[in-house]
Design a protein around this ligand. Structure first.
Ligand code: ZN
Length: 75
């Protein structure tokens, strides 16, 4: 699987292939050498599951906040 990632420092765009790499391997910018991301994280973002996971996370977080607000309302 291949996807394009851009460096947040110099804006250079490069292609990152997840093959031949471990999830914890770092992706560094080929232009300025700055650390961009890990291959594992890039792979997570590329999968639809990540979106669902984020959605669920946001949902449970708002539920938690609603509960906390409710609880602090009492004396
Ligand atoms: Zn760069």
């Amino acid at each position: 699987m291949e996807h394009r990632i851009s460096c947040t420092r110099c804006g250079n765009t490069q292609t990152a292939s997840s093959e031949c790499h471990q999830a914890w391997d770092e992706i560094n910018c080929i232009e300025c050498g700055d650390f961009i991301d890990t291959y594992g994280h890039q792979q997570e973002i590329a999968t639809p599951n990540y979106l669902l996971h984020t959605l669920n996370l946001a949902r449970s977080l708002s539920l938690q906040m609603a509960r906390a607000e409710h609880g602090s309302g009492r004396t």
